[in-house]
Ligand binder design. Structure first.
Ligand code: MLT
Length: 210
């Protein structure tokens, strides 16, 4: 059920594994309902926390403003990343959750990457589907041991593979354990994304105390 409290319109779907929830972050034009079936399929036992991006671009929800496609309003991105971190902290309190693994698609993957760089303690790890570099200058972060799966599309017309490689390098340099797969896909989700994300999440080992 959709809930308007905690600063973000969101859905919370309980699951037997509240220690390892997924934070679902939709793409431009999506909403809090979009990724719930995907999250349930990829992590059948996980509690699911799914906020709606608070920015509207011509009626399409997003998690932060952009100046043009692929050109981000970095000041807004910083502010919205802080807002999202505050929401996650409040939701963990309310719902009794461990630190979540983000599952972000496109715009949602980009704010997940910003969260990793600016508020690394917010996430236990992340699956970033079709992300790009969020900041022109990467903020210094300590991501020691944080597992991150990046899934890029070789034919993605929005995110050049070189850009995704730069993001992988930035996160690795900050200490994250990055796996970067370049799939035979465009910007949209493919079966190969689902297969790899499901296996990666299943094999993930996160301490319960995270
Ligand atoms: C973004 O604005 O975050 C990226 O261009 C991806 C998108 O939402 O199209």
């Amino acid at each position: 059920m959709t809930d308007g409290s905690l600063g973000f319109i969101h859905r919370f779907e309980p699951g037997p594994d509240a220690a390892h929830p997924l934070l679902l972050l939709h793409g431009t034009g999506g909403n809090e309902a979009d990724l719930v079936p995907l999250g349930r399929m990829l992590a059948p036992d996980a509690a699911l926390l799914s906020p709606r991006g608070a920015v509207s671009e011509n009626g399409m929800p997003r998690f932060f403003r952009r100046l043009a496609e692929g050109v981000f309003d970095e000041a807004d991105l910083r502010r919205r990343t802080g807002d999202l971190a505050g929401f996650v902290a409040a939701a963990r309190d309310r719902y009794g959750l461990g630190a979540p693994v983000a599952l972000g698609f496109s715009n949602g993957a980009n704010i997940a990457a910003a969260l990793l760089m600016l508020q690394p303690e917010t996430l236990a790890g992340a699956v970033l589907i079709r992300p790009m570099v969020p900041f022109a200058e990467p903020p210094a972060a300590d991501l020691a041991g944080r597992p991150v799966l990046i899934l890029s599309g070789a034919m993605d017309p929005i995110v050049p593979v070189e850009n995704a490689r730069r993001l992988a390098a930035q996160l690795s340099a900050a200490g994250a354990q990055v796996e970067h797969r370049i799939l035979p896909a465009g910007h949209g989700l493919s079966q190969a994304d689902l297969d790899r994300a499901a296996d990666w999440l299943r094999d993930l080992e996160i301490p319960h105390a995270a």
